[in-house]
Design a protein around this ligand. Structure first.
Ligand SMILES: [Zn+2]
Length: 345
């Protein structure tokens, strides 16, 4: 099992941050076409995760983050931008403006923390820039102009004000563990329980990222999704990566979930002659999460998926659900990140 995970670690690219909106990819491997909103993350494998953790420095000078160098990925241009101005663009790209104000504030603090962590653990990934605007790599970002253009005219001022207030009212606040900024992972919908990073990427545990339970996430559209693939497609997709894959669909036990994680995701699944991780199945079939049920329906294989994203850290819909239950942004942050402090820059 361990051997399998380790070898998969080299092959599997991971999902890092999962913004709820803006990224749309059509999956057309099914007879029933399914639209899956997702973004593939910064694609760090187990080794990179460990390196990043080792690179954490102790000598932070938070004042230096008042301006950051943002790489616009598509234009390949670097813009120097004030941190708060940058965060307006991140919050409005990462979370629907219709979410509760306290959820938006939590997102602002999480995005600020994520930014500081990225900069202070800069592995020269973007050369002269601190961070990029590609949601598949760092965090999503949208300019005020582009953001506002997507809203109805009569709402533009109110909506932008709501985003701006979420950032301004939490100005300078960021999350620390043992005096250092945390690696503030977040995702769209936890399906009710978050996941520990070791079950997603392997590598080191983060003491502040534990499995926590949130109620009310089933009320969001990101909670449930389905995918139907034909037996032929199922076989081809796995064989693309594992050429030795064999399966006899006439056998009752040809597909069997062996083990679940504490966060209710598939840890190990037997498919034909192979044992795969739930994360690899998620990647192979572009599932929204590794929390899935798998059943045979005549000549098709049906995945029923709960939650959206890798499941680590703050759930965005969970944050909104907690805010609706009366929690403030600090309580939301303490719910998702264990034993952390919220400090001022
Ligand atoms: Zn980036």
């Amino acid at each position: 099992m361990r051997k399998i995970i380790l070898s998969l670690g080299l092959l599997i690219f991971v999902f890092f941050s999962i913004p709820i909106i803006f990224t749309s990819r059509k999956v057309q491997i099914t007879s029933i076409e399914t639209n899956i909103l997702d973004n593939i993350g910064s694609q760090e494998n187990l080794e990179n995760q460990n390196n990043i953790e080792n690179q954490v420095k102790n000598d932070y000078d938070y004042k230096k983050y008042s301006k950051i160098k943002l790489l616009h990925s598509e234009e390949n241009k670097i813009e120097e931008i004030g941190l708060d101005e940058y965060l307006y663009g991140v919050v409005s790209a990462e979370m629907p403006v219709s979410f509760e104000k306290e959820a938006l504030k939590a997102q602002a603090v999480v995005a600020r923390t994520y930014t500081i962590y990225k900069i202070s653990n800069n592995d020269n990934k973007h050369k002269d820039a601190d961070i990029c605007d590609d949601p598949g790599c760092c965090q999503a970002w949208i300019s005020k102009e582009d953001r506002i253009a997507k809203w109805d005219k009569e709402n533009q001022e109110e909506y932008w004000g709501k985003i701006k207030n979420a950032v301004d009212e939490t100005q300078g606040k960021f999350i620390t563990y043992n005096g250092k900024p945390i690696n503030a992972f977040f995702h769209a919908n936890s399906g009710g329980a978050t996941e520990t990073p070791v079950n997603v990427w392997g590598g080191t545990e983060y003491p502040y990222l534990q499995t926590v339970v949130t109620s009310g996430e089933d009320a969001y559209s990101q909670y449930h999704s389905e995918l139907l693939v034909s037996q032929k497609e199922f076989k081809e997709i796995i064989q693309n990566v594992h050429s030795d894959f064999k399966i006899d669909f006439s056998k009752d036990d040809c597909i069997e979930i062996i083990e679940y994680t504490d966060g209710n995701r598939v840890k190990e699944i037997k498919v034909g002659n192979l044992n795969l991780s739930g994360v690899e199945m998620r990647n192979l079939f572009n599932l929204r999460s590794a929390n899935f049920k798998i059943t045979m329906e005549e000549d098709n294989i049906k995945f029923e998926v709960i939650g959206y994203g890798h499941g680590v850290g703050m759930s965005q819909t969970g944050a909104d659900s907690l805010a609706k239950q009366g929690k403030n942004y600090e309580e939301i942050i303490h719910h998702y990140y264990t034993d952390v402090k919220i400090e001022n820059m």
